[in-house]
Design a protein around this ligand. Structure first.
Ligand code: AMP
Length: 220
């Protein structure tokens, strides 16, 4: 049997399905799913000074500083080790180079980088219908699922809400940030690690995408 890939980065714009697919892969392959968005929101919920700083950026659709994000990821790795499915990290070339340096020092290089690609039109329409759990990060579509805003999250029981950064002004800002700061991360991996970089059309159905991702993670 082939060895399963264990250090994986999932890149993609908002609503490309990174979180949903990372959850499914985590369950299927037993690799921890780490969403920096969820880690940052839990910092905000705890009301720490860093959480307040993060919230000021997040609610406007801007990125939290590299320094802060790199620190929470380093803390996570110290506690949980170097098997991960990163969702929403790295989001800048600075974060990507920092992650590489950390993994080189741990002699545990990345195994896979996967980009989920989706058009701006599809992103906007998915976000209009999206309700989310701020606690566990699960998302639901009001057109595909029967859940509504205010319902309990089927997975963890917290309340489902519309994220304030899914409002149209913050979303437009997030799309600009994605194009200007995160798409260069794709170029960075294409230059430095072309053998592990893959692109998937995120407009396909969720099951087809999961099958393709499973093939890559399972090294088939
Ligand atoms: P997400 O849940 O991945 O959509 O992230 C929500 C928000 O958290 C983003 O719009 C950013 O403000 C912030 N955030 C999440 N991950 C990062 C990151 N790697 N670097 C900087 N900011 C981040």
């Amino acid at each position: 049997m082939n060895a399963v890939n264990q250090r994986i980065v999932l890149l993609g714009p908002p609503a490309s399905g990174k979180g949903t697919q990372a959850d499914r892969l985590s369950e299927a392959f037993g690799i921890p799913h780490v969403s920096t968005g969820v880690l940052l929101r839990s910092e905000c919920d705890r009301g720490t000074a860093l959480g307040r700083e993060a919230d000021a950026a997040t609610s406007k659709g801007l990125l939290v500083s590299d320094e802060f994000v790199v620190r929470i990821v380093a803390n996570w790795m110290q506690e949980h080790g170097t098997r991960f499915l990163f969702d929403g990290f790295p989001r800048t070339v600075g974060q990507a180079t920092h992650l590489d340096a950390t993994l080189i020092s741990l002699k545990s290089p990345l195994d896979l980088v996967i980009l989920l690609e989706l058009s701006d039109g599809a992103i906007r329409s998915r976000i209009r219908e999206r309700i989310s759990c701020l606690k566990c990060g699960a998302t639901y579509s009001t057109s595909l699922h029967t859940h509504a805003e205010g319902d309990p999250c089927p997975r963890c029981g917290a309340v489902l809400v519309r994220r304030n950064d899914d409002a149209s002004e913050a979303l437009e800002q997030r799309l600009i940030v994605y194009r200007d700061l995160t798409l260069p991360v794709v170029g960075y991996y294409e230059r430095t690690a072309p053998g592990i970089m893959h692109r998937i059309d995120a407009g396909e159905g969720s099951d087809a995408i999961f099958a393709e991702l499973s093939r890559l993670v399972g090294n088939e």
